[in-house]
Design a protein around this ligand. Structure first.
Ligand SMILES: [Zn+2]
Length: 111
């Protein structure tokens, strides 16, 4: 019974590492640059969240790749200004962190 929690925690750690490595190489790729250009072109200079038109925009995946969103489809992209992108990223990180914590606790709760 005591060994059940450990493999699950190791598995979660491996998954996180894989995701981070995959993200790093993808964000450097020509594929991502082309996607990003297309998303920004469609946005025509306007932040999809707050509507600001005078800010530098970044292409953001509406549904993050690690959450199953398409990374090549411009339809899964939106242009966000830096403050909006920062808010979304922080919210996603908080949500993901909460999920990892819940997953980590589940095996112990069953013991
Ligand atoms: Zn904005």
């Amino acid at each position: 019974m005591r060994t059940i929690g450990q493999p699950l925690r190791d598995q979660a750690r491996r998954t996180l590492t894989t995701v981070v490595e995959g993200r790093d190489s993808y964000y450097d790729s020509a594929e991502h640059r082309a996607w990003s250009r297309e998303v920004l072109r469609r946005a025509a200079g306007m932040c999809a969240s707050c509507g600001a038109q005078d800010r530098r925009l970044v292409a953001d995946h509406r549904v993050e790749i690690r959450d199953g969103g398409s990374r090549a489809d411009p339809g899964n992209g939106q242009a966000l200004c830096s403050p909006c992108h920062g808010r979304k990223t922080a919210a996603e990180r908080a949500r993901r962190h909460a999920m990892v914590k819940i997953r980590g606790k589940r095996p112990e709760a069953g013991v």
